[in-house]
Design a protein around this ligand. Structure first.
Ligand code: TEU
Ligand code: CA
Length: 547
């Protein structure tokens, strides 16, 4: 064994922080978050200790899907600022040791992109071939019966060219045609333009969909995805010190190494099996299913095992498409603080790069909407009619939205207890969670036992201890219905982690492999000096011991 620790890439020791720009910080009082607002809050992230920011889209956009519909890939959305503001963000973040990871949304553009305008005006425009057009069927029917993810048919007719264009998401998000080399060259050029501005990498939106084979109706993990990503890597980020994180709702434990293995183009993937546990096969997120601790445990352990040797995980429970994690997997009532810390302990002690979604570090909770008009998400409005027509009741739909809907994560960041929550001096673009009076950054950070302080500790530990950043993973107590227990090993160090994923005390016998004394690295309920025999864990207790 080599005595000198093989150096690992920076992003294996770092923690990512996701910013949803519209809802993070409003610098000019128009009620909409913006880049100057982010710059003004960078010290919060520095204090937390994160290594990079995944910035959800800030490009020019009509905002029908809050920026996941891009009308100009080389401009900043006017409500968010200018390219100068962006460059200042990169520089100011860099001064604090924080990189900026851009959201690469290239499965589709906006229908207001100049390419699409030209494409929809004439079959002869070169840009026509940047999108996926097909002839309709007899009787004015679309080319296929495929449905769009945000409701309705996946095809829209354009009379000027007498053809239908494909949109996997909303009609405002036409799919780009990745089989066209000219389109691919445009995308790589654009990526290199951002790389030259000093960014730290890319998060790649629904990246498996760029490999689709439309005429064979192969969409998820389409057959061309690895070829396209390989070419993209060679033409853009390969050999540069950047981090690349793919997002895929289809990637499985069987397929993941094709993206991130030795010859794979990417560094890690966001995968969603643990999210889909809480969805119904027919009504998806809108008819939620209970996610028991055993279900969650099983999924986490299976993925950790699948990636144990040569893989690397992107660890997350929350993002801008998902509910708040304390509300979904924890307890946002009596045990809010303890459950937020327990879930954080679990995630940050696993093998992989953890991601914190804005507000998670203070235990922000779901928002309760009582009527549809409080909801702004394109997905909700696109799917409401469709699911009601298929038999879901209105109240059931609302209950589904309140547990699983995307707007839960999109209410403004709660900086303090004032009227605009310190997010804005104006009227926020989307309703604030009324609990900002109690749950906010100022209050939580004032408490040495607060959630923020706990996250900061977890993040600092990862930077400090190779066993956390780079150690192996082994699960214990696999059949226990409530307690997640695992060890991480690195050379002669061993880390023992236990997390009670319930609001009830749990009494059990410590497995031999975890027994012994150690140094308490982190603990929700007071340090433990060792583990031996029968122990009782408090509700939502979690800890990590180092030997
Ligand atoms: O999300 C991928 C995606 O498929 C989601 O729309 C997901 O299916 C949905 O949230 C669950 O119902 C990415 C972005 O993260 C999301 O914000 C975008 O809306 C979407 O792609 C389209 O760009
Ligand atoms: Ca603003």
């Amino acid at each position: 064994m080599n005595d000198i620790r093989r150096d690992i890439p920076w992003w294996k020791r770092a923690v990512g922080y996701q910013i949803y720009p519209r809802s993070f910080a409003d610098g000019n009082g128009d009620g909409i978050g913006d880049i100057p607002g982010i710059v003004g809050r960078l010290d919060h992230l520095k204090d937390l200790g994160v290594g990079f920011i995944w910035l959800s889209p800030v490009y020019a956009s009509p905002q029908r899907d809050n920026g996941y519909d891009i009308s100009d890939y080389r401009a900043i959305h006017h409500e968010y600022g200018t390219l100068d503001d962006f460059d200042r963000l990169v520089a100011e973040a860099k001064d604090r040791g924080i990189g900026i990871v851009m959201d690469l949304v290239v499965n589709h553009s906006s229908d207001e992109h100049a390419w699409f305008r030209a494409a929809a005006a004439s079959r002869d425009a070169p840009e026509h071939g940047y999108y996926v057009w097909r002839e309709g069927r007899e009787g004015g029917l679309p080319p296929t019966d495929r449905r769009a993810i945000f409701g309705g048919p996946a095809w829209t007719y354009v009379a000027a060219v007498d053809r239908w264009y494909l949109h996997t998401f909303s009609p405002g998000q036409p799919d780009l045609d990745w089989s066209n080399p000219a389109l691919r060259a445009e995308i790589y050029d654009m990526m290199n333009w951002w790389i030259a501005r000093g960014i730290a990498g890319f998060r790649m939106d629904v990246i498996d969909l760029i490999g689709k084979d439309v005429d064979r109706d192969l969409f998820d993990e389409g057959p061309f995805v690895w070829d396209h990503l390989g070419e993209m890597a060679r033409e853009t980020f390969q050999g540069r010190d950047l981090v690349t994180i793919g997002e895929s709702w289809a990637v499985s434990r069987e397929s993941i190494m094709r993206y991130i293995g030795e010859d794979g183009p990417l560094d890690m993937m966001f995968h969603f099996d643990h999210v889909k546990l809480g969805w119904d096969p027919d009504f998806h997120k809108f008819r939620p299913r209970e996610v028991t601790p055993s279900m969650l445990k099983r999924e986490i352990i299976a993925w950790q095992n699948a990636l144990r040797d040569d893989g690397w995980d992107a660890l997350f429970l929350s993002n801008h498409d998902l509910p708040r994690q304390v509300s979904r997997y924890g307890d946002d009532g009596a045990h809010r603080v303890a459950s937020a810390k327990a879930l954080a302990t679990m995630l940050h002690m696993l093998r992989g790069t953890p991601f914190v979604y804005q507000g998670e570090e203070i235990g922000m909770t779901n928002f309760h909407a009582s009527s549809l008009d409080q909801l702004l998400d394109v997905e909700v409005h696109g799917q409401y009619r469709q699911f009601l027509d298929q038999g879901l009741g209105h109240d059931e739909f609302m209950a589904g939205v309140n547990l699983n809907g995307r707007d839960n994560a999109r209410t403004p960041m709660q900086w303090d207890g004032r009227a605009g929550a310190g997010f804005t001096k104006g009227t926020p673009w989307i309703g604030l969670n009324p609990n900002h009076a109690e749950i906010n950054v100022a209050a939580d950070r004032a408490d040495p036992d607060g959630i923020f302080a706990y996250y900061a500790r977890l993040i600092a530990l990862r930077a400090e201890h190779p066993v956390i950043a780079d150690g192996g993973f082994r699960a214990h107590l696999e059949d226990h219905p409530a307690v997640l227990a695992f060890t991480r090993g690195h050379r002669n160090r061993r880390l023992s982690v236990m997390v009670n994923l319930t609001g009830e005390a749990q009494k059990f016998v410590v497995p031999d492999a975890m027994a012994g004394s150690g140094t308490s690295l982190v603990a929700t309920h007071g340090a433990r000096a060792g583990l031996q025999g029968e122990i009782t864990m408090e509700p939502w207790e979690a800890f990590a011991l180092l030997r």
